[in-house]
Ligand binder design. Sequence first.
Ligand code: PRP
Ligand code: MN
Ligand code: MG
Length: 178
Amino acid sequence: MHKDIEKILYSEKDIENIVNTIAKQIEKDYNDKDFIMVGLLKGSVAFMVDLMRKVNLDFSIDFIVASSYGSGTVSSGRVNIQKDISQSVEGKDILIVEDIIDSGNTLDFITKYLKAKKAKSVKLCTLFNKPDRRVADIHIDYAGAVIPDEFIVGYGLDYDEKYRNLPYVGVLKPSVYS
Ligand code: PRP
Ligand code: MN
Ligand code: MG
């Protein structure tokens, strides 16, 4: 285990099971749809590549690079799009893939943004849902696991751009950020 990790919350195997469950639900719901799976980078990087390979349907993928946290542990509330989606979303069903929903500000902003670009539907898929600090009123369509209000890292999730490469998800030692 990495020296900065206090405890592991989800092992590689745990995550694999969650991904498989969500993939099956998506297969069922999107069976007859022409959809785009849109990963929100950078946090969704690991989840996106694992999830898309488990969904046995025809669809395209795309990415939006957006962030609101910078180097802090609390949402700034301002969402920056650093790289936009590379295709038209007009009339398309969009499935947004996110690593974690916390305040909900990021997803609220991105959902409205894609709807303004005339997407036919926008659904949200997140690996982790942290409802304790929710600010925005958003509806999550697919959620892997509910997590307590602890700062977690790994499997795409960072603190100050580190720990994204850990294959598991763990709680960061408070001494690292205090
Ligand atoms: C994190 C995470 C989500 C968002 C969730 O992204 O990946 O996108 O915050 O928080 P919210 O619900 O409070 O908006 P971050 O801004 O850290 O960028 P990153 O994906 O590049 O790490
Ligand atoms: Mn993110
Ligand atoms: Mg981040």
